[in-house]
Design a protein around this ligand. Sequence first.
Ligand code: AP5
Ligand code: MG
Ligand code: ZN
Length: 210
Amino acid sequence: MKLIFLGPPGAGKGTLAAQAVRMLRIPHISTGAIFRSAIGAQSPLGIKVAAIIGAGKLVDDATTIALVQERLAQEDARTGYILDGFPRTIPQAQALAGFSVVDRVINFDLSDAAVVERLTGRRVCRNCGVNYHILFNAPKREGVCDSCGGELLIRDDDREGAIHKRLQVYRDQTAPLIDFYRAQGLLVDVDARPPADTVAAYFKRAAGLD
Ligand code: AP5
Ligand code: MG
Ligand code: ZN
């Protein structure tokens, strides 16, 4: 199954994708995670995108499209994938249509106020990348990852200014994809407000996995 997870920052795309790929046995391809690992490794790509991501802006389409095209050409993505955070612009969606045919687009629906609450409380493991939330999904020991004991950090773009920029970028450049995919009959809306387990149940129904 080839799925796109579309939605505002902090809607829970990464959290649900981590759960869904275990069930579906397909790769979770998050462009944001690929960029963050490049930044961590200080690779040429990481050096190029670090300031852009820290400011909450989008990386340019050409760079992002090339990255995804290369990733989808790998063997493990042949029969299915979850694309989390791509496409994010109409040109990205048009390019994707040229090299892959998606089955469904899951549209996460969440208000701006809830986005801010989720992003300001998010903590991410420095080691393994698992997400926590100080209120909704707290680690057993404050600041320490349950799975690997790694240190929990605040993402660079989860500061107030970058969050508002990301929301604005989402509205201007990414939200138009809702109509783009709805017109193709591919879009399924998922209410992203309830607790993560309920959202996962909604997703199963939306993806026809029930
Ligand atoms: P990316 O990493 O994709 O960030 P994003 O879209 O802003 O989304 P987030 O990862 O912040 O949120 P999420 O929806 O995954 O939520 P999460 O599950 O963590 O992109 C980062 C940057 O990279 C972009 O700004 C851009 O610069 C660049 N980039 C990436 N893709 C690009 C592209 N295609 N083109 C150009 N540039 C690109 O959940 C959030 C929090 O809420 C967590 O704390 C979690 O524990 C909690 N939570 C999750 N679900 C629930 C729930 N149901 N109830 C309560 N709490 C919950
Ligand atoms: Mg994410
Ligand atoms: Zn960890």
